[in-house]
Design a protein around this ligand. Structure first.
Ligand code: MGP
Length: 218
């Protein structure tokens, strides 16, 4: 079940000058009797290491656990997986559309951004499952805009993020925020933070100005 992608190379097939971050994986075979999802997905695991990471180092930390394109394949993976809260602190699960690597540098993510919700301990498993099911069930209703979702286990609190393609598309990001709030059943006092990846790509580590509290951007 464990596959490793071949990592960033010098140039990609499209002739783009930037380091190639394309995944080269065979198509996912789906049993004709299965309930096919609108998109196929890859589920990744990473354990965070200290300090600022280059795209190559960050890519090396990402392990592809499995891929699926149907409801049955999803449950086949998900039901054997540890719950996020059982992961070591500093670990992440990343669920991204097939072909998109869970990195700012991936061409699909570069112009995008992410909504982040910080969660007090005890909430993450239910929230992650609700988010995953909403994503697979196309509840965000923003077409191709969703790139993926991340759950991050940390020492003090946990975090859930939704990544989308176009950070400048305010209507789309607002719709994602509202859907996220609804599917996670977030109390009104839980704040959400949106960050475009371009900030991170330019400056590397950007710390939220309000440590411990996510600042509302909308
Ligand atoms: P993080 O886990 O996304 O952030 O990234 P954290 O600290 O949980 O919270 P945030 O408020 O900073 O969002 C932690 C560190 O991992 C970053 O500072 C980078 O060094 C590295 N990193 C994370 N991501 C998602 C990427 C990525 O896409 N590309 C690269 N090169 N490094 C990344």
């Amino acid at each position: 079940m464990s596959e490793k992608f071949d990592g960033p190379k010098g140039s990609d097939e499209s002739g783009d000058e930037e380091p190639a971050l394309k995944l080269r994986l065979p198509p996912i075979e789906i049993n004709p009797n299965d309930n096919q999802l609108q998109y196929s997905y890859g589920l990744w695991y990473s354990k965070r290491s200290v300090g600022k990471l280059s795209d190559r180092r960050y890519a090396e930390n990402l392990k592809l656990i499995g891929r699926f394109g149907s409801v049955e394949q999803f449950w086949g993976i998900y039901s054997h997986l540890v719950r996020p809260s059982d992961l070591h602190p500093s670990s992440d699960f990343h669920l991204f559309k097939n072909g998109i690597k869970p990195m700012w540098e991936d061409l699909a993510n570069r112009q995008g951004g992410k909504w982040a919700v910080k969660l007090r301990k005890g909430l993450v498993d239910r929230c992650w499952e609700n988010l995953v099911l909403a994503m697979l069930g196309e509840q965000f209703m923003v077409g191709e805009e969703i790139c993926g979702a991340v759950v991050s286990i940390r020492f003090q609190e946990d975090k859930i993020c939704v990544w989308n393609k176009t950070s400048s598309d305010v209507a789309t990001t607002a719709r994602i925020r509202d859907t996220l709030r609804r599917v996670l059943h977030l109390p009104a006092d839980v704040l959400m933070d949106y960050k475009p990846h371009t900030e991170r790509l330019k400056y590397g580590i950007i710390k939220s100005q309000s440590e411990g509290v996510v600042k509302p951007t909308y």
